[in-house]
Design a protein around this ligand. Structure first.
Ligand code: 6PG
Ligand code: NI
Length: 174
């Protein structure tokens, strides 16, 4: 699966635990550095207005000391660019944050459709014990602003304890 009928190339980028460690509250010594956290399959266009990108994010059912597997999360660099997420498998949360730092979540389940406003940061969280698969479509000139999330990150952390999902406010000294 490397060329779609539309003739576009599908590229895969894989996020390993060693490159995701700093997303989490604490380091989980039981996880290997090369544990796959998520893969993003994408078809990208030249970053011109009017063009679209398409992607599939596959979140593995991994916990980091009980904290649910999540994407790095980002604002779009071009704050005029919105996005759609559609959950094709699994269960999770879409964490959203506005520019004032107000943070909230939408539940994701098979078939749920999510509209991400152009000025909202977004992060996927797999709360289940199966893969969470999310299809996305966004403008090719959106870009990713990760730095902004590193400076003023999402306010909440999500943990799984058995069947319970626990949402905790981040410590202010993080
Ligand atoms: C995008 C999409 C999506 C996202 C992946 C990985 O704007 O490209 O929101 O493809 O990039 O789900 O998430 P991170 O880029 O935050 O790691
Ligand atoms: Ni995005």
């Amino acid at each position: 699966w490397d060329k779609e009928p539309c003739g576009k190339e599908v590229t895969v980028s894989t996020k390993l635990y060693k490159d995701a460690k700093d997303f989490y509250e604490s380091v989980d010594e039981s996880l290997h550095d090369d544990t796959v956290m998520y893969e993003v399959y994408s078809v990208s266009s030249q970053s011109e207005p009017g063009k679209l990108n398409w992607g599939l994010t596959v979140m593995h059912p991994v916990k980091v000391n009980g904290e649910c597997n999540m994407t790095r999360g980002h604002f779009h660099e071009n704050m005029d660019c919105e996005e759609y997420y559609w959950c094709s498998k699994g269960t999770g949360l879409l964490m959203l944050m506005d520019e004032e730092g107000k943070c909230w979540c939408e539940k994701m389940y098979e078939g749920s459709l999510h509209h991400i406003r152009s000025d909202w940061a977004h992060r996927l969280i797999n709360t289940g014990d199966t893969y969470l698969k999310v299809v996305a479509c966004w403008p090719a000139d959106a870009g990713h602003d990760y730095a902004r999330i590193e400076h003023s990150g999402f306010t909440y952390r999500v943990y799984c304890e058995g069947k319970d999902i626990i949402v905790k406010e981040r410590r202010t000294n993080e």
